[in-house]
Design a binder for this molecule. Sequence first.
Ligand SMILES: C[S@@+](CC[C@H](N)C(=O)[O-])C[C@H]1O[C@@H](n2cnc3c(N)ncnc32)[C@H](O)[C@@H]1O
Length: 267
Amino acid sequence: MSSYHFFTNYYDHIVRWTGYSLKDEVDMIDEFIKEYLDKDEKVSILEVACWTWVVARELLKRWYDIVWIDISEDMLQKAIDNIWRSRCELADMRDFNLNRNFDVVLCNYNSICHLISLKDWRKFFLQVYNHLNEWGIFIFDINTVYEFESITRDFKQFFTFKDVDNDSREDVVCLEMFKKERNMNNDIILSQKEKEYYYEWLIKMFVHADDGRYDLVIETIAENSFEISEIKKELESFWFKLLHLEDFHRWHVDEESERVYFVTRKV
Ligand SMILES: C[S@@+](CC[C@H](N)C(=O)[O-])C[C@H]1O[C@@H](n2cnc3c(N)ncnc32)[C@H](O)[C@@H]1O
């Protein structure tokens, strides 16, 4: 499985501060919880695949009791503070056991799409089910198939990062995405609809060196998505009731939605 390494140096800026307001996103998650979870006491949240825990930090400020997991060791490295360290755990979302249950499980910013096969999505749904209190809610968002198809058709982004100590030196990051064939030989195909391809970010980082030259660092991140109707069916088979679907950009979900939030309840 591909993972973020050197790109972590640029991730927050590119993903979190260029496109839209983090506050809007946290407000929306906060509203979902208030609307769909009927609880007066402090609400406990497990954030899965939290990475830079910017969302978790904001939720902590809003009086939630939150712990988080991620598969990336770089994430744990960042949790140098003891308070944070005690709240985070290195774990694979397909297979973990925290020995406690939560009111809410949150998997934000298309993190679920980092699982390539439907088989892995199912493993994750089972873990979520096992870690939720009865009537607890599970919130996650996806990049839709429509979004991945659009990005792979015509998309290339460049970002420049100036050296804080020397304005004339900068790093350049180029993002592209390609559609890839999956090697199905080792996979058990559980659904005829399961796709035989996935999408892969190609991240090229031109990093300035002291002698004025550039080092090229390349990383790839694989992602995948499935049709909303198929995801809904899978959720139902794990006893999750779909409460709400929301297009992050436009509210109304339709075939051109790019990023869609699912709010579901364990029943
Ligand atoms: C898009 S980033 C997460 C962003 C974060 N949730 C946010 O809202 O800013 C995707 C994250 O998924 C994590 N990840 C990928 N595969 C994982 C797995 N199998 N188990 C746990 N975390 C995983 C990556 O390490 C990365 O931190």
